[in-house]
Write a protein that binds this ligand. Structure first.
Ligand code: C2E
Ligand code: MG
Ligand code: MG
Ligand code: MG
Length: 275
């Protein structure tokens, strides 16, 4: 319970002072140091309109420089779960929000930014007010900020998720439900979550042209999303054939390696499109 909600653990006394526990301790310290020494950095991945290829907005993806090996870029899969367990994620999410909003205020040519928020941050009743204050201080229009929350996190704590969504919608931000279709009871919960964009989980998209079952699922998801007047986004678009299929299925937005890999240099995406 000390680890908070939305987590589970198998208790194994043998592991308590084993190498694995030591490793986790040291990762916590590394995250702590990264937060103190400003070793987090933002990368950006373009999200494009399927019909005309136009850049629509960027998803912000956090990375960490390992304090012991600053040349090494640590990916979120390696430190976000640890930070969620330790509670450090609250500080990371606020850092990413503050930095993204500052960037929006410095760069008027930058389109909207989509920021990922951990399910653990829903616990923080001050977060919507924090976002509102950041936007006001930086004079950034709230419609340039999109908040992404994962379906699994939202469904596992539906009341907190609803309260959080209500707070950020009132502030004027757009809400995107990430990894849609990856959880259980996906469709049942949709009517309780007031979101604008549904991002279909990459596992349904990756090999779409060759996977008849995934085509059926995606068609159903698009049908429901359209019926509810939501924008549909597909992640993990890795080739041209998949993009073509998204077009045929009537999907609005796409992101993935085929369209652009995440990069610290968002300027090149904007320039690429302009030429
Ligand atoms: P996500 O929000 O679902 O982000 C999509 C992930 O898929 C990113 O991994 C991205 O680099 C990767 N990706 C993009 N296009 C493709 C593709 O075509 N094929 C494949 N196979 N992968 C693709 P990344 O950056 O490692 O992030 C992993 C997860 O970590 C994210 O999943 C998100 O849940 C979490 N995360 C990232 N940044 C933040 C953050 O600032 N705060 C919080 N709370 N979580 C974050
Ligand atoms: Mg995301
Ligand atoms: Mg996703
Ligand atoms: Mg994902």
């Amino acid at each position: 319970k000390a680890n908070g909600k939305n987590t589970w653990a198998v208790y194994d006394p043998k592991r308590d002072d084993s190498g694995a526990a030591m490793e986790r301790m040291s990762w916590r310290q590394r995250i702590e140091q990264a937060l103190r020494q400003d070793l987090l950095e933002l990368h950006f991945q373009g999200i494009y309109r399927v019909d005309n290829g136009q850049l629509c907005h960027f998803e912000v993806l956090v990375r960490m420089r390992d304090p012991q090996h600053p040349e090494q870029l640590v990916m979120p899969g390696q430190f976000i779960p640890i930070a969620e367990n330790s509670g450090q994620i609250l500080e990371i999410d606020r850092w990413v929000l503050r930095s993204s909003i500052a960037l929006l205020s410095e760069n008027s040519i930058l389109p909207s930014l989509a920021v990922n928020i951990s399910g653990r941050s829903f616990d923080d009743p001050e977060l919507p007010q924090f976002i509102r204050a950041c936007l006001e201080e930086n004079r950034v229009d709230a419609n340039r900020l999109i908040i992404e929350l994962t379906e699994t996190a939202a469904v596992s704590d539906i009341r907190d998720a609803q309260r959080f969504i209500e707070g950020i919608r009132q502030a004027g931000c757009t809400v995107c439900l990430d990894d849609f279709g990856s959880g259980f009871s996906t469709f049942a919960y949709l009517k309780y979550l007031e979101v604008d964009i549904l991002k279909i989980d990459g596992m349904f998209i990756r090999d779409l042209p060759n996977n008849r079952e995934n085509q059926i699922f995606v068609k159903a998801m698009v049908g429901i999303a359209k019926g509810m007047h939501k924008t549909v986004l597909a992640e993990f678009v890795e080739d041209a054939a998949t993009l073509q299929m998204l077009k045929e299925l009537g999907i609005d937005l796409a992101q993935g390696y085929h369209l652009g890999r995440p990069s610290a240099d968002y300027g090149k995406f904007i320039e690429n499109r302009a030429t």
